[in-house]
Design a protein around this ligand. Structure first.
Ligand code: COA
Length: 532
């Protein structure tokens, strides 16, 4: 039997405790998510509506198939920065006329929809997702261009936005721009570089320079409509392929454009008869302990994610601190790597490297479920070659070419974050649970290391060591590292694609698997040299 059994005692105190902590964290995150939904706040939203305009999310709703889900990405972008949560841009994956697309929409209620450094990161991430997964890209445009006070951080790197549009097009990935309002200066290159354009009559304004700038540059008195209106661009400049009568009409036309792409997926289809897990997804709330030093069995998570809770474990007796095995998720075959006891030893690393190679030979996507404090340190482990073995695993992850999906359930520390396909290893998607923490090491360990180094430095100089100051610094550092390792902070910096409710994990992974199969799913046939 390969159906996973459960030992989760859903009536017990432990489960109740874990669940209560997780729900508390979810409540706190809901408050932050609400900030992104509120956009620029009631004053700007009301003004926007009074102008007869729809909000960014309403535009997306009209664009996607009725009642279809929209996987919003990085709603907490810019969290903890000087810019509003959400980064004045909504991005995600939605289904238009049966075709999964990457959709972005400027939020014009936040500083005129202008782009700050976080908006840029979020937009570039959306472009990357479109490119890596071969998904058509639809940009819903209404933006005051660069956020002028932070221009120094976006002007030069921001050129990548337009570069990406042409590269997507060159890769045969369709790009569609629907312009609802202002799209000035650099913004004009969004429709300028897109394969298909729709401009809303008497609303879209697409020009390199608006009337004041033209006046300054050439002395010409210009009228906005004649300079960059939809009608002018449709009849005279040729920039507009379609003129929409109003916003719903623009969404309708964009849907027709996607329909006429006749988009064909290149990855294999899933088995649609796949069974749901045998255990309730609700129970995912009660697995991860509030204290991440307490281990938990990731098979309890796997049992609530995969089809029929059916998991063929690979090498269960070897390297038991990492569970590896095969399953299907919403009918898509996957290989899963899940940390079982936190630490990665040599055996776990070698097992991971072999497993990843197998998945590549069979063209099977990989799911990484993180709860690791990193690779084991200490004399016997160093002598046993932990560096070589960790390097093998990281090599296997780096050169693997099947799609990777990562979920940070608990700890994701040190090089363990890398070996388990952290952000820098380009998983196609990476999500965190509210219980996750990620940093170079745990806060206590980091503060302790700093203290030892400072003590040694004082001894070397022959100066006395201030123990009181040490305790205060340790506490401060611990607090800082703790705050910097939390999901909202990391999500704010775009180090993941969002913080998700554990109960949604199967759905989110299913949507991601569907998205990655828009492109071909092919493993690597060659590898870098493994240090044996
Ligand atoms: N950078 C920074 N802040 C901006 C901004 C920008 N590019 N564009 C608008 N804002 C701010 C405004 O100062 C205003 O702030 P406030 O409410 O605190 O005073 C807020 O965003 C809303 O702008 P407002 O002009 O009231 O909104 P609007 O909907 O009437 O007009 C624009 C929107 C985009 C048409 C208009 O703001 C504009 O022309 N902005 C400058 C566009 C530009 O030239 N950008 C340079 C591109 S490189």
């Amino acid at each position: 039997m390969t159906i996973l059994a459960t030992r989760l005692d859903t009536g017990g105190d432990e489960y109740a405790d874990h669940r209560a902590v997780m729900l508390e964290k979810l409540d706190a995150l809901a408050v932050e998510h609400a900030k992104a939904l509120a956009g620029g706040g009631p004053r700007y939203v009301d003004r926007h509506r009074a102008r007869g305009k729809l909000t960014a999310r309403e535009r997306i709703e009209l664009l996607v198939d009725q009642d279809s889900p929209f996987l919003e990405l990085s709603p907490l972008a810019a969290w903890g920065s000087d810019h509003p949560v959400g980064a004045s841009l909504v991005t995600g994956i939605g289904v238009i006329e049966g075709t999964e697309c990457v959709i972005t929409a400027n939020d014009p209620t936040v500083r005129g929809g202008s782009s700050n450094p976080w908006t840029l990161r979020k937009a570039l991430r959306a472009n990357e997702i479109a490119l890596h997964n071969r998904l058509p890209l639809v940009n819903l445009v209404e933006s005051g261009g660069a956020d002028l006070p932070s221009q120094k951080e976006i002007f030069i790197p921001g050129g990548a936005l337009f570069r990406d549009l042409t590269r997507l097009s060159a890769a045969g990935i369709p790009t569609i721009a629907v312009v609802f309002g202002n799209s000035t200066a650099g913004g004009a290159y969004v429709p300028g570089m897109s394969d298909h354009t729709v401009l809303v009559r008497e609303r879209a304004k697409v020009f390199l320079g608006g009337p004041p700038l033209v006046k300054m540059a050439t002395g010409e008195e210009a009228d906005e409509e004649r300079l960059g209106g939809a009608d002018m661009h449709a009849r005279t400049s040729g920039l507009a392929d379609h003129v929409a009568e109003d916003e719903p009409d623009a969404c309708r036309i964009a849907r027709r454009i996607v329909h006429r792409l006749h988009w064909r997926r290149e990855g294999p289809r899933p088995d649609i008869a796949a069974a749901p897990p045998k255990y309730d997804e609700e129970e995912l709330l009660g697995i991860v302990p509030g204290d991440l030093r307490v281990p938990f069995d990731p098979r309890e998570v796997i049992a609530r994610l995969v089809d029929g809770s059916d998991f063929d474990e690979f090498k269960p007796l070897y390297g038991p601190s990492l569970a590896t095995g095969w399953a299907t998720l919403h009918g898509y075959p996957v290989g899963i790597l899940a940390n079982a006891q936190g630490v990665l030893f040599s055996a776990e690393s070698q097992k991971a490297a072999q497993f990843i190679q197998l998945a590549n030979q069979r063209d099977i996507p990989l799911v990484f479920l993180h709860n690791t404090t990193g690779y084991m340190v200490g004399e016997s482990y160093e002598q046993g070659g932990i560096i070589k073995h960790g390097a093998m695993m990281i090599n296997a992850v780096s050169n693997s070419r099947v799609p990777h999906l990562s979920v940070l359930m608990g700890a994701s520390y040190g090089a363990g974050h890398y070996g388990m396909c952290g952000r820098a290893y380009e998983p196609r998607f990476l999500f965190a649970w509210p219980s996750a923490k990620s940093a170079v090491m745990g806060p206590q360990q980091l503060a302790g290391v700093l203290s030892i180094v400072a003590r040694q430095s004082a001894a070397a100089k022959g100066t006395p060591y201030d123990e009181d100051a040490d305790a205060a610094i340790r506490a401060m550092v611990e607090q800082q590292i703790e705050a910097e390792s939390l999901p909202a902070f990391l999500s704010g910096r775009l180090y993941d694609d969002g913080v998700i409710d554990p109960r949604d994990t199967r759905t989110v992974l299913g949507m991601c698997l569907s998205a990655v199969h828009s492109g071909p799913v092919e493993g690597a046939r060659g590898y870098g040299v493994f240090r044996m």
